[in-house]
Design a protein around this ligand. Structure first.
Ligand SMILES: Nc1ncnc2c1ncn2[C@@H]1O[C@H](COP(=O)(O)OP(=O)(O)OP(=O)(O)O)[C@@H](O)[C@H]1O
Ligand SMILES: [Mg+2]
Length: 309
């Protein structure tokens, strides 16, 4: 079973405005609410690909109940832990020129005891040999090394762990080590203390350093430039194919979900690369964080040119 963990989920409220004016009254149109959080996005793509997952994490208050309801309403299986406090609502305001302004509330607070409870739940849901995806930011007051703690405990229990995080929680999480990580170019360079002008060829040795730390699979996503895939045996660069881009938000989550499904299904390297590329490139053609359809993914899969290194 694949378990997706969103420790700090949100209700994503998206609205349109003609032109956003700061320090003035702005009247919103087309207000819509979606269950937010990177793990929830990962569960969405797994479902499209025909896989099964359970989405877990912490929720609280009325917005927490709404989040659970919305997760159910889109046909996902959710099993969240209720804590004190109120699940945040993140407001995304889209101007008519498509520019985006985001107003994010602070996340929920959790205790170490609640984190231990989450670990128990993840273990019960995933079972030995399960696959666990830890995605996104940590709740307020959770220790920086929470992903390391969870991943180490899950490793001991025989699960395989994917971490998609940045900054200190990515840094700490790598020490576990997880089975797979998917930093984007910026996150990888930040981890190694390198500047943004580092050429892409120089990223291979960095991916290798992560493999040397005990990881089995490293994917470095390069936005519109595609992605680099590295295991101990194989390395390939896949370029994107031209598509009409609507929103790149959550493209990385689609890639992570595809990788989780491919690993759980035991797909070979090339099939995994194609599924990751098709799912993420398909995701940028849809509004917001909406996943692509399975037909779109199947149509894209054979189109990528893979360059082996
Ligand atoms: N503009 C784009 N055109 C085509 N494909 C894209 C584009 N942006 C992203 N992708 C696809 O999505 C993948 C992941 O994108 P990216 O590197 O932006 O991830 P990310 O920064 O982790 O995103 P997020 O965290 O918002 O989900 C890329 O490797 C690529 O396959
Ligand atoms: Mg990302």
């Amino acid at each position: 079973m694949i378990v997706t963990v969103t420790m700090n989920p949100a209700l994503d409220k998206t609205a349109d405005v003609d032109t956003l004016v700061p320090k003035a009254l702005n009247r919103l149109r087309n207000v819509r609410v979606d269950p937010g959080g990177k793990g929830v996005n990962v569960s969405k793509i797994i479902k499209i690909l025909g896989g099964k997952s359970v989405a877990t994490g912490f929720v609280g208050g009325e917005t927490g109940r709404e989040l659970r309801r919305l997760v159910d309403s889109i046909g996902l299986v959710g099993d969240f832990i209720e804590v004190e406090g109120i699940t945040r609502t993140n407001l995304k305001v889209v101007d008519q020129d498509s520019s985006l302004t985001e107003l994010n509330e602070p996340g929920i607070k959790v205790t170490q005891e609640e984190i231990n409870g989450l670990l128990k739940k993840i273990q019960d849901l995933s079972g030995p040999g399960g696959l666990v995806v830890l995605s996104g930011s940590l709740p307020r007051e959770a220790p920086e090394d929470t992903y390391k703690f969870l991943a180490q405990s899950l490793n001991r229990a025989g699960a395989r762990v994917i971490i998609d995080a940045d900054g200190p929680s990515f840094r700490a999480g790598l020490m576990a080590p997880p089975f797979l990580v998917k930093p984007n170019r910026f996150e990888l360079l930040q981890y190694f203390g390198l500047g943004p002008d580092t050429p892409d060829e120089d990223l291979w040795p960095l991916a290798q350093k992560l493999l040397d730390m005990g990881l089995s699979f490293v994917i470095v996503s390069l936005g519109a430039d595609g992605a680099m895939f590295a295991t101990k045996e194989k390395r390939a660069l896949a370029k994107t194919v031209p598509v009409r881009v609507r929103s790149t938000v959550g493209a990385g989550d689609s890639m992570v979900g595809a990788a989780a499904l491919a690993i759980e299904s035991g797909f070979d390297f090339e099939k995994t690369v194609r599924l990751c590329m098709a799912s993420s490139v398909g995701a940028v053609t849809t509004e917001g964080t909406n996943p692509p359809t399975l037909e779109q993914i199947r149509e894209l899969e054979p189109k990528f040119e893979l360059k082996y290194f």
